[in-house]
Design a protein around this ligand. Structure first.
Ligand code: UGY
Ligand code: MN
Length: 232
C-alpha cells in the first residue's frame, strides 16, 4: 500500500498532525501502526494504557520524546523507543517530524517479568550478516529475549540480493519500506515496492523479497515472537 493511498486522519491527542493509519484490527492485523507527520511546534501523545505497549521510530526531523513521567529525550532520525503498558508517550516537534508509532496488546507469559522501557538509535545497533552473506544485514532494535513479545527489525539488502526462500510463518509483519526498491512476493504474486510503501502480512502469508535498483533496499518490520500460540 503506497503512502499516497492513505487519506489523512486527525487524532484528538495529536492536534495539528497528519496521521496515516497504516494497519489496524479493521484490516485484520493484531496491532495498530501509525505514520504521523507533526508540523513545527506541534506536540502529541498516546496516553498510558493498562494493556498497550508502544514502539516509536523517528523517520525524519528532530524533536523531543517523553515516556511516562521521565525527563524528555532528544530524538533524531533513527531514534527508537519501546515502552511497556502503563507508559504514556509524548512527542514535541520544534521542526517538522515524521514518526512511525506501533501499538499492540502486551502478551504476558508465566514466569516472565514485564520489560523495562528501552531506547536507542538504529545507528548504534550493529547489522548482523544474514543468510550467510554480508550483502544482507539484519538489525534487531529490540533484543531477542523472552522479556519481549515482539521484534522490530531493520533489513538492508545490496541490490541483487534477497530472502533466499519463500517464508510462510505464523507471525505477522507490519513492514514500512525505508529506502531503495525491489520486488516483494506476497502469496503467489510478485509486486514492485519502493520507499514509503507499507505491507501488512498476516499469519502464513507466503513472502519473499528481492532487492533491485541502484541503492541498498531497506525496510523496518514488526514480528510477533517469543510467546506461546493462543486461539484454541
Ligand atoms: O523475520 C522474518 O520473518 C523476515 N525474514 N521476513 C521478511 O523479511 N518478510
Ligand atoms: Mn517473515
Amino acid at each position: 500500500m503506497p503512502l499516497e493511498g492513505y487519506p489523512v486522519s486527525k487524532l484528538p491527542s495529536w492536534p495539528g498532525a497528519e496521521v496515516r493509519v497504516l494497519a489496524s484490527p479493521a484490516l485484520g492485523a493484531n496491532f495498530v501502526q501509525y505514520l504521523i507527520d507533526l508540523p513545527a511546534t506541534a506536540r502529541g501523545q498516546f496516553p498510558a494504557d493498562e494493556r498497550i505497549e508502544t514502539f516509536s521510530y523517528v523517520l525524519s526531523g528532530r524533536g523531543e520524546h517523553r515516556e511516562g513521567g521521565r525527563a524528555k529525550r532528544q530524538v533524531i532520525p533513527g531514534s527508537f523507543a519501546f515502552t511497556p503498558p502503563r507508559t504514556a508517550n509524548e512527542f514535541y516537534a520544534p521542526e517538522p517530524m515524521r514518526l512511525m508509532v506501533f501499538q499492540k496488546r502486551y502478551q504476558a507469559s508465566p514466569g516472565i517479568a514485564l520489560f523495562n522501557a528501552i531506547h536507542g538509535n538504529e545507528s548504534d545497533v550493529s547489522g548482523i550478516p544474514w543468510a550467510d552473506t554480508d550483502k544482507i544485514k539484519l538489525q534487531t532494535l529490540i533484543p531477542d529475549d523472552f522479556q519481549y513479545d515482539m521484534a522490530m527489525n531493520i533489513f538492508t539488502f545490496t541490490p541483487g540480493f534477497g530472502l533466499p526462500i519463500v517464508e510462510t510463518h505464523v507471525m505477522e509483519h507490519g513492514l514500512l519500506f525505508l529506502q531503495g526498491k525491489g520486488v516483494y512476493r506476497l502469496g503467489d504474486e510478485w509486486m514492485e515496492v519502493e520507499k514509503d510503501d507499507f505491507i501488512w502480512m498476516g499469519p502464513y502469508c507466503p513472502q519473499s523479497f528481492y532487492a533491485a535498483g541502484e541503492h541498498p533496499a531497506k525496510y523496518i518490520y514488526y514480528k510477533d515472537v517469543n510467546r506461546e500460540i493462543g486461539g484454541l
